[in-house]
Design a protein around this ligand. Structure first.
Ligand SMILES: Cc1cc2nc3c(=O)[nH]c(=O)nc-3n(C[C@H](O)[C@H](O)[C@H](O)COP(=O)(O)OP(=O)(O)OC[C@H]3O[C@@H](n4cnc5c(N)ncnc54)[C@H](O)[C@@H]3O)c2cc1C
Length: 380
């Protein structure tokens, strides 16, 4: 039997951050992940500076390891989508308005490759890692958990992402929240293969404002993808987006690379329990991604850190009452948005398309507030 104080299920940013902070406080931590690291994660890899602050990591230190990190000093945004054809036939995706370029005199974000970043963070945590090992069985025996029959832990932290088995066990059948569904591809490019500038990623908002696509260049790699709140016709949107990227020379081989799908739950999409008896969940397992941008790495790191700090403050006690401050603090930092009435949502949609043509709205609201979350950046 392998024994530990805390078993962390999932070695992504939430799990590795939690592991590192607990390890530094002297806890005996084991991270279990079904994937073998380094592993890929479906993600554009855009990170705000707050992520590095929360990780106590200087971007220069990260670059010095030889890993890919692209500095971002602006965004190019446009609305894509044609008027629906009268006969109801599919129409090609076309620029509807834009692009609008929003530039800054300083670095506002970074782009990293998750294949490298997550592996770096996990190794930096300095804890035992059992990768290539999915969590199968999780039994509560007295005051300990037994995982897969041979790992005994006083506490389990669910950091297994959107499909985390620990989070699923905690919430039972109560989850009817609708996740954002997305597809992306990351691949090596030759110089002339893409017109996208590394320092200025491109965002393409769907005309119905139900989602957006992106092109993020990082060194020799290009990441392209599209995510939407509605589920019915994602593949149609992906096909139209691929053709659009090829036609506009953003990605000349868009339709010939491997696209992979995933999902995430935006914060506020539905109630998700964050704590249970001797259990905490963090990151995507808790459904914490910011609803406007889909940024989930920062909430993952922030919640992983907060989980560890709560446990350390509880001085080794792991009862429900000792874990509640984690839930309370997370709900304070991530207040639930009130649902928007249908009529208001329709008006916002109609107005939104017009607003996205405004330079002032794009900079002050879309980029500063929704994507960069400045100056009201929480945490970090
Ligand atoms: C298409 C797309 C684009 C995105 N782009 C961005 C972006 O640009 N910037 C940003 O901030 N966020 C982005 N996000 C969100 C971001 O990827 C996630 O919010 C983030 O990865 C959450 O981190 P995590 O540690 O909670 O989970 P994950 O990174 O998903 O890690 C979970 C880990 O748990 C492991 N695991 C799962 N099940 C089991 C099991 N049964 N047993 C053991 N281990 C298990 C997995 O192998 C994985 O390693 C994007 C998401 C998608 C889908």
């Amino acid at each position: 039997m392998v024994r530990c104080d805390a078993l962390i299920v999932g070695g992504g940013p939430a799990g590795s951050t939690c592991a590192r902070v607990l390890h530094q406080a002297g806890w005996n931590v084991l991270v279990m992940d079904r994937a073998r690291f380094p592993r890929d994660k479906v993600c554009a890899g855009w990170v705000t500076p707050g992520v590095f602050r929360l990780l106590d990591l200087d971007p220069a230190e990260y670059r010095a390891t030889g890993l890919t990190i692209q500095e971002i000093t602006g965004f190019r945004t446009s609305v894509v989508g044609a008027e629906p054809a009268k006969d109801g036939e599919n129409v090609p995706l076309e620029p509807y308005s834009g692009p609008i370029e929003t530039r800054y005199p300083h670095i506002v974000s970074y782009a990293i490759r998750r294949y490298e970043f997550d592996d770096f963070l996990l190794r930096r945590a300095g804890v035992r890692v059992l990768d290539g090992t999915p969590l199968g069985m999780l039994e509560s025996r007295g005051d300990v958990w037994v995982a897969n029959g041979d790992i005994e832990a006083r506490l389990v932290i669910g950091a297994g992402g959107h499909f985390c088995p620990v989070a699923r066990r905690l919430r039972g059948d109560r989850d009817n929240a609708r996740p954002v569904v997305a597809k992306e591809a990351e691949f090596k490019i030759e110089g002339a293969e893409s017109d996208v500038e590394g320092a200025v990623p491109e965002l393409f908002f769907c005309r119905d404002l139900e989602g957006y696509g992106w092109c993020v260049r990082k060194g020799e790699y290009l990441n392209i993808g599209i995510g939407r709140r509605d589920h019915g016709d994602l593949n149609e949107h992906v096909d139209a987006f691929m053709a659009f990227l090829e036609r506009t020379r953003k990605a000349r081989r868009a339709a010939h690379v491997r696209w992979r799908g995933h999902a995430y739950l935006a914060w506020g999409a539905g109630p998700r329990p964050l704590v249970g008896p001797r259990v905490l969940v963090a990151g995507d397992a808790a459904g914490l991604a910011y609803p406007e941008s889909g940024e989930g790495i920062k909430p993952a790191v922030e919640s992983g850190r907060l989980a560890a700090e709560t446990l350390i403050a509880a001085g080794g006690r792991v009862g429900m009452e000792d874990l509640r401050p984690y839930e309370a603090e997370l709900r304070r930092r991530y207040p639930a948005a009130r649902p928007t009435p249908r009529a208001v949502a329709g008006a916002v949609r109609a107005l939104g398309r017009r607003l996205l043509r405004s330079r002032a709205f794009t900079r002050r609201v879309l980029i500063d507030r929704w994507f960069l979350r400045e100056p009201s950046d929480r945490g970090g």
